[in-house]
Design a protein around this ligand. Structure first.
Ligand SMILES: O=C(O)C(=O)C[C@]1(C(=O)O)C=C[C@@H](O)C=C1
Length: 257
């Protein structure tokens, strides 16, 4: 997330970024849904290095780190130990967050949620043997989810800056529940769920020259969508927004340190 010229971020801008991240998540899931579940890719029994999925993510993150990834607070690797530094010069960026932001990480929870809960909801049972392609698609999903969820650091910073008088007492009291209540906007969450469902319905249609795009934009076509739109609203309702709020709370708890 970039604060133009280092000026103070505004909530509307951060929310716009979250909306943009929705596109990446919906498309990544649509791509992964091309392949069936392919469970052998997740079995740790085959090799000492753990599962193919874990091996792929570890190795991909090494390459990404060398290329200069993971310099931004929202880009958090799943396997951060011993990642190499960038090989090429990276551009410095204005620091808009508290230095503790880099310690806030919920990737373990994202990993478990993705493999144990989400994958079975949007991939078909089956094994087509395309394991390498499958785990590359998983990596794209994991990265998109992680980036969106860790953008919660910026949301928290903006909310704190907008109302330090409201946030400081529960931060000092380490009152997690009070912070959670303060930063929750139920009406916004309802809109987010509706929008991601609609995006899945629109992005996941089969487009042919005979189609009229407008006509397909309804519940009637959900069975033809590449990913069930309801899975997207469930994903956001049960995991993406709760984990984003966990990130916000964790960040805020350290905001006055
Ligand atoms: O937009 C906000 O205010 C956020 O904190 C982000 C978010 C979300 O994850 O989309 C999380 C909590 C709010 O209740 C609403 C939405």
């Amino acid at each position: 997330m970039d604060a133009g010229g280092g000026e103070q971020l505004r909530l509307a801008e951060v929310r716009d970024q979250l909306i943009r991240e929705e596109d990446s998540i919906v498309f990544a899931l649509i791509e992964r849904a091309k392949r069936p579940r392919n469970t052998p890719a997740y079995s740790a029994a085959a090799a000492a290095a753990g599962s193919l999925a874990e091996f792929f993510v570890r190795e991909a993150e090494v390459l990404h780190a060398k290329a200069g990834h993971y310099q931004k607070p929202e880009d958090v690797p799943f396997f951060s130990q011993d990642l190499p530094p960038p090989v090429f010069p990276t551009k410095g960026r204005p620091k808009v967050l508290h230095p503790f932001a880099s310690l806030v990480c919920v990737n373990d929870a994202i990993w478990k949620m993705y493999f144990n809960e989400l994958l079975p909801l949007f991939t078909a049972d089956g094994d087509d043997g395309n394991y390498a392609e499958t785990v590359a698609l998983d990596f794209a999903c994991l990265q998109a989810l992680s980036r969106r969820i860790h953008c919660g650091k910026y949301v928290a910073e903006v909310k704190f800056k907008d109302a330090p008088q409201d946030y400081s007492p529960p931060i000092r009291a380490k009152d997690t529940n009070a912070l959670m209540n303060l930063l929750t906007f139920t009406a916004v969450e309802e809109k987010v769920k509706k929008r991601v469902e609609k995006k899945a319905r629109i992005f996941g249609q089969n487009v042919t020259l005979e189609d009229s795009v407008g006509k397909q934009d309804g519940d009637a076509c959900d069975s033809h969508c590449k990913v069930d739109p309801k899975v997207l609203s469930k994903l956001y309702d049960m995991w993406v927004m709760p984990l984003t709020k966990d990130v916000e709370v964790e960040y805020l708890l350290r905001r006055l340190d």
